[in-house]
Design a protein around this ligand. Structure first.
Ligand code: MGD
Ligand code: MGD
Ligand code: SF4
Ligand code: MO
Length: 794
């Protein structure tokens, strides 16, 4: 295995271990930025090492934030990380303050398990045998395999797999940066559409709102009378931007009521909600139908708004050629299926009491304006498209669109810094697989098609995926579904012939690579990161320390591969990395008159735009004739003729009906596997990143959340070790018995590193041991929160 010969000089090792062992006070993760009070604590922390130099850096992993962290560096060693503590920290100039993870980056930088040198697989693919090799050999082998596979199977067989762990200009794991530029220079690669975050939402919403859809920004939370959040947990996830909870706090101070609908009593519920409405996972569209029924039958709806801006709500506003009884109103009244969607009906499915539904409906209809918002968790389900499409109905029926303080049920809108991008070039290969179907494209090879796998840009693949470029991601195994099935597939080297891994750690995905190249972190190089928020943000990360061990950055790796593959001129155009960064900054300077000089930006490491209130669909609502939506009718399509014509009404309804799913609360497997298991995003990790930090395990140990009733019925007590299983796999982990989620539902926080024992039982708590490859019906997306399981005392 790795890490046996820890090849650093004793002197430098002692320096680092002393640095890591130093005490650290972890503050809470929530960015409760406030004008007063926060400054002294931050300033104190900032002065901990008075003689150290302070250099700006970045936390660039994929949470809803991107924060400035500032290193205290002395004698070439990072002594600690503090965070943005500059400026008055007022609503006009919020600090970009890091959470507990960003402040723990020192433990990641100096982690003893860092990958230290290039390695090649010896023996079968899978966990096991690695041999240390030289960079020369690692790069030569990678280049020759890349060349062989392109010659033999074509560029379409080279897959740049979804990965979100890195987000700089050069260091872009998400189909961009130096990796994409190299692959484009070589003739292109197979790319993907959709993503693990929001595939079902982003595929479905355009049927209703057209391309270019969007929401209002959290900066206007306090302009709302009521905020209703469906499955959204910004207190832990920072979705909506790193300071979105600050705006939530402002709204509360302003008297805005906050209601959160979530099976879990999340940190957002605990900190901000006036009311928590727990719901069974996958049933939000039924709740929306029940609410809509009350609003309609009590005549609280805004008929004029529906008439003017929407089609498909009622029979009077339907596209040509659709038989009667297909409107949303007909669905609500039970015209075609004989079942009116009464609060009783909705309550039976969702578990939300009838009185709560009636009261919530009246409250939503009475609040002017009402900010209706959904998170990404509620659509990461087997019926995710229709979960996502249902929420806007509440805003449309009450006219909560296009006005300050209103949001039409969509994700948060944002503003951004217009930073130039490092040019990745163009990809001549137009074929795209669904991000979630890459395993299918490996398994089926040339038989992966548009019909059976959702392929775009071609009817079928030529040979399937033969080469995987895995940079800064753990979705090859850990973050994808059904780890057991995926690992079996990848063991077969006749299917995918070569896997390249570029990482900082030996993650579960890296165990399946053929060559591993040890990457430097953001602290060992220079790069720029931007983030779109209520307030646009650009961060510059300076090189804090020299590369550790034998690690090299991805830019250098790509340069070396370009040399070996004869495309160096095309790759670097004779420019230096600094020249590229200067070009990126020049674009920002042209767009923002107050953007500093390159040198000043590099020195300070941060630039922010003034916060802006984005009002979704303001132009459309003001003048729908002049500013039509990009839908076939130019209006909001509550009924979609395109979906109707797919002729699959049970799984793909033309209006946002409740679609019951096999692993839902009334699913066929319920008797055998009675618990719905979701896997929320926890504050201690960003996906699988930070899972290996002892500080984070101390902050929040990995445990299954289980309700006391379900625990008692199984003789389980808090902190017991339990077995969670279904037909796909078994996980053994400790349990947190807590009323913070409803009976019948459990949650295994996603992102723990898949660690199977000899029997294949995961011993760390990786939820993807239990999830399925089966994609969603319309989007070919991930249903990773939809799982039926049983739990027993281990
Ligand atoms: N069951 C279930 N599965 C899920 C989800 C869920 O809710 N439930 N959520 C899904 C979602 S929303 C997403 S976005 C995906 C995320 O899945 P991934 O994009 O795979 O995210 P991470 O697991 O954080 O993996 C990022 C990797 O990048 C590495 N990394 C970090 N910094 C660097 C660097 O500087 N250089 C290099 N080379 N590597 C670096 C980290 O070590 C880590 O292994 O997971 C999805 N998977
Ligand atoms: N700390 C941290 N922050 C992160 C991430 C992380 O891993 N860690 N990941 C980042 C990324 S890439 C993404 S995509 C986002 C993810 O953000 P989300 O997808 O919004 O996060 P989740 O935790 O999956 O889900 C949010 C909430 O939805 C609830 N939920 C689950 N199913 C249902 C349902 O059927 N109905 C309703 N109403 N609620 C439901 C969950 O209990 C949870 O509290 O977060 C980002 N921020
Ligand atoms: S994990 Fe996210 S919120 Fe925390 S410091 Fe990093 S970027 Fe900021
Ligand atoms: Mo995500």
């Amino acid at each position: 295995m790795v890490n046996k010969d820890f090849k650093v000089s004793r002197r430098s090792f002692l320096k680092w271990s002393a640095a890591v062992a130093g005490s650290s006070t972890l503050v809470g993760c929530m960015p409760l930025t406030s004008g007063a009070g926060a400054e002294p604590a931050v300033a104190q922390a900032g002065n901990r090492h008075l003689d150290a130099e302070i250099k700006p850096s970045i936390c660039w992993h994929n949470c809803g934030g991107r924060c400035q962290i500032k290193a205290q560096v002395k004698d070439g060693v990072v002594l600690s990380f503090v965070t943005d503590n500059e400026g008055p920290d007022t609503p006009d100039n919020l600090q970009a303050r890091a959470c507990l993870k960003g402040r723990s980056q020192r433990q990641r930088l100096y982690h003893p398990d860092r990958l230290k040198y290039p390695m090649k697989r010896v023996g079968e693919r899978g966990p096991g045998q690695w041999e240390k090799i030289s960079w020369e050999e690692a790069l030569d082998t990678t280049a020759s395999e890349l060349k062989r596979i392109i010659n033999q199977y074509g560029n379409e067989s080279v897959y740049f797999i979804y990965a979100s762990g890195v987000g700089g200009a050069f260091n872009q794991s998400y189909v961009g940066g130096a990796s994409a530029r190299l692959l484009n220079a070589l003739g292109g690669y197979l790319s993907f559409y959709g993503n693990y975050s929001q595939a079902n939402y982003m595929y479905a919403i355009p049927y209703m709102f057209g391309a270019g859809y969007g929401g209002s920004s959290p900066t206007s939370f306090s302009d709302a009378q009521l905020i209703v959040m469906f499955g959204d947990n910004p207190a832990s996830t920072r979705v909506g931007g790193l300071n979105s909870t600050y705006y939530l706090k402002l709204a509360k101070e302003n008297g805005t009521k906050v209601i959160v609908i979530d099976p879990r009593h999340s940190d957002t519920v605990g900190t901000f909600a006036d009311q928590w409405i727990p719901i069974r996972p996958t049933t939000d569209a039924a709740l929306v139908a029940g609410l809509a029924y009350v609003i309609l039958t009590e005549e609280l709806h805004d008929q004029a708004f529906l008439d003017k801006y929407c089609i498909g709500f009622d029979e009077e506003h339907m596209p040509e050629g659709v038989p009667a009884g297909n409107s949303y109103k007909s669905y609500l009244l039970g015209v075609s299926d004989g079942q009116p969607k009464t609060p009783q009906w909705a309550s039976e499915i969702t578990g939300v009491p009838v009185e709560t539904i009636i009261q919530l409906a009246r409250e939503i209809a009475g609040a002017k304006p009402c900010f209706i918002l959904q998170g990404r968790g509620m659509q990461r389900h087997a019926n995710g498209e229709f979960q996502a499409l249902s929420v806007p109905l509440l805003a449309l029926m009450t006219g909560n669109m296009g006005k300050l303080g209103a949001n039409p049920g969509m994700y948060e809108g944002f503003t951004s810094v217009k930073m130039g991008a490092y040019p990745a070039g163009t990809n001549p290969i137009q074929t795209k697989v669904s991000f979630f179907m890459f395993t299918d494209a490996i398994e089926k090879g040339g038989n992966h098609t548009k019909e059976n796998g959702g392929l775009q840009g071609a009817d079928r693949l030529q040979h399937g995926i033969k080469f995987i470029w895995n940079y800064g991601g753990n979705a090859l195994i850990n973050q994808h579904s059904d780890t057991g099935r995926t690992t079996e597939l990848l063991k077969d080297t006749s299917k995918c012939e070569f896997i390249l891994g570029i990482e900082n750690f030996m993650t579960p995905s890296m165990e399946y690579a053929d060559i591993i190249l040890p990457d430097i972190t953001q602290f060992e190089q220079e790069d720029i990161v931007t983030r779109a928020l209520g307030q646009g943000l650009a961060l510059y990360g300076q090189k804090l320390v020299d590369p550790l061990y034998e690690c090299k950055g991805v830019y250098e790796i790509c340069t070396e591969l370009a040399k070996r593959l004869g495309v160096l001129d095309k790759f670097d155009e004779g420019k230096s990395q600094e020249q590229y960064l200067r070009e990126c900054v020049a674009v920002a300077q042209a767009a923002h008159p107050d953007f500093p000089s390159f040198e000043a930006f590099r020195e300070k490491g941060i630039y922010k735009t003034k916060p802006k209130k984005v009002i979704a669909y303001q132009a459309f609502v003001e003048d729908p004739e002049k500013n039509p939506l990009q839908t076939p009718s130019g209006k909001v399509e509550i009924f979609s003729k395109t979906l109707y014509d797919m002729n699959n009404p049970e799984r793909i309804p033309a209006v946002p009906k409740y679609v019951a799913v096999a692993e839902g609360p009334k699913g066929a497997l319920k008797e055998k596997y009675p618990l719905q298991c979701i896997g929320h995003h926890s504050k201690r990790r960003v996906h699988s990143t930070f899972d290996n930090l002892p500080w984070m395990e101390e902050a929040e140990p990995q445990k299954l959340w289980l309700n006391p009733q379900d625990a008692a019925a199984r003789g389980i007590e808090d902190d017991d070790t339990v077995k969670i299983f279904n037909d796909r796999g078994t996980v053994k982990v400790k349990v947190k018995v807590t009323p913070r989620l409803i009976p019948g539902v459990c949650s295994l926080p996603q992102g723990a590193w898949y660690t199977p024992d000899a029997q294949g039982v995961d011993t760390r708590g990786c939820i993807n041991t239990l999830t399925t490859w089966e994609p969603t019906a319309l989007a070919w997306g991930n249903p990773q929160h939809t799982n039926l399981v049983q739990v027993e005392k281990a």
